[in-house]
Ligand binder design. Structure first.
Ligand SMILES: Nc1nc2c(ncn2[C@@H]2O[C@H](COP(=O)(O)OP(=O)(O)OP(=O)(O)O)[C@@H](O)[C@H]2O)c(=O)[nH]1
Ligand SMILES: [Mg+2]
Length: 374
């Protein structure tokens, strides 16, 4: 297969001249694949481009792509992936740093897993046999490990251990050629989390292999101060996009509560009997939330037409009332069992609110605004 190893560089003049000859030597040990290197340079101000160009002049397997402007590592990879796929005919694309932190002698281990049928091979620092530099300070260790753990929990991808590693191999056919490269959520290091998630969602066969992440011994780190924040933003954006109707449903619930309180007071003080005011306010709040849910939270499956709306509104009011009735029993049972005090009462309220949210979301999304195929 044709393999293109993409190496992003920004002022890596001290490293790239060391890496390229090692890679060329390695390629001799991988005779079953045609291996190429594509260096994508973010318009370095040092000698990186000259060094790579002189290698490219001598070796048909080494290529240089120069960005007119540094666009961040994510932006650089997107440009290079496009060139690798559309101009170079890559069947496998690899990601590798220029600063020798990724051992170039591991390339064959990645390709062996592609040969075994895997689509996406991740060089992982957090599986057995993998390692991060012992010299890293607590801060960096914590950010790297904690970041992966956070992404793992938030994205529900339990099978993956290392979310931010930069050493990978991806099959083009069916995987990279199905990713929308232009909609990448970050131009910086956090693109890695975004692509990993999207590749996972495509149903790629993923394999994590252990790698030892070395220490950068020359040149400066390009990792930006904002990387952690940017990664957080990417993880939350993915979660929001996947669950936007749930978040909108929650906000609608809060707005409903506001209407409930406002009308309960407004009606009572305009002279209507308290009991009626309270019940009428609940009904008004339900009409408001039904309208918001129909036109916003579940907009893609919005109900139209008077008869459909009326029928579903009745189901809505009925089903939304059930958790309120259940609340009576939860509060009573907990108080009888654990004592009648402020803490137990409010704990019972929280339990019933959580049950209510879960029940309502279940009924709304599965029955009232169920997704129709297509
Ligand atoms: N083209 C391009 N390459 C970049 C950019 N930012 C970083 N790189 C390259 O991406 C690779 C990874 O960056 P590093 O600074 O090594 O990040 P790191 O390995 O997480 O951090 P260190 O351990 O400090 O080296 C290196 O080869 C960089 O030269 C960029 O904006 N554009
Ligand atoms: Mg590095």
């Amino acid at each position: 297969m044709k393999v293109v190893i993409v190496v992003p560089t920004y002022n890596e003049g001290d490293n790239i001249g060391q890496l390229l000859p090692i890679l060329l030597e390695e390629f001799k040990q991988i005779p079953n694949h045609k291996c190429h290197v594509l260096v994508v340079d973010g318009n370095s101000t040092d000698k990186t481009q000259e060094i790579v160009q002189s290698f490219a002049d001598e070796n048909p397997n080494i290529h240089l792509l120069v960005e007119t402007e540094k666009s961040g590592i994510g932006g650089a990879y997107v440009k290079a992936f496009k060139k690798a796929m559309h101009e170079m005919g890559a069947e496998v694309v690899m990601e590798m740093d220029a600063d020798m932190q990724h051992d170039p002698r591991d390339v064959k281990r990645f390709l062996a897993e592609i040969d075994n049928g895997f689509d996406y091979v991740i060089g992982s620092r957090y599986v057995d046999g993998g390692a991060i530099p012992q010299e890293w300070g607590f801060h960096r260790k914590f950010l790297s490990w904690g970041g992966s753990m956070f992404a793992r929990i938030m994205l529900g991808m339990w099978s993956i251990k290392d979310f931010t590693t930069g050493y990978k191999a991806t099959r083009v056919k069916g995987i990279l050629d199905r990713l929308d490269l232009d909609s990448v959520l970050s131009q910086g290091f956090a693109y890695k989390i975004d692509f990993l998630y999207k590749t996972f969602k495509l149903g790629a066969k993923i394999k994590e292999i252990p790698i030892t992440f070395g220490l950068r011994d020359r040149g400066d780190s390009k990792i930006e101060r904002t990387t952690a924040l940017d990664s957080l933003k990417v993880v939350l954006t993915i979660r929001y996009k996947e669950n936007s109707s749930f978040f909108k449903f929650l906000i609608t619930g809060l707005i409903g509560m506001f209407f409930d309180f406002a009308f309960a007071n407004l009606l009572k003080f305009s002279g209507i009997r308290s009991g009626f005011s309270a019940s009428l306010a609940a009904l008004i709040a339900m009409l408001v939330t039904f309208t918001l849910n129909n036109n916003w939270s579940f907009k893609s499956s919005a109900i139209k037409g008077v008869s459909d709306i009326s029928r579903n509104l009745v189901v809505y009011i009925f089903s939304s009332s059930l958790p309120i009735i259940l609340r009576f029993f939860i509060v009573e049972v907990l108080i009888v069992s654990f004592g009648d005090n402020f803490m137990i009462y409010n704990l019972a309220l929280i339990v019933s609110i959580v049950i209510g949210i879960a029940w309502n979301y279940f009924v709304y999304s599965k029955f009232i605004w169920k997704k129709t195929n297509g």
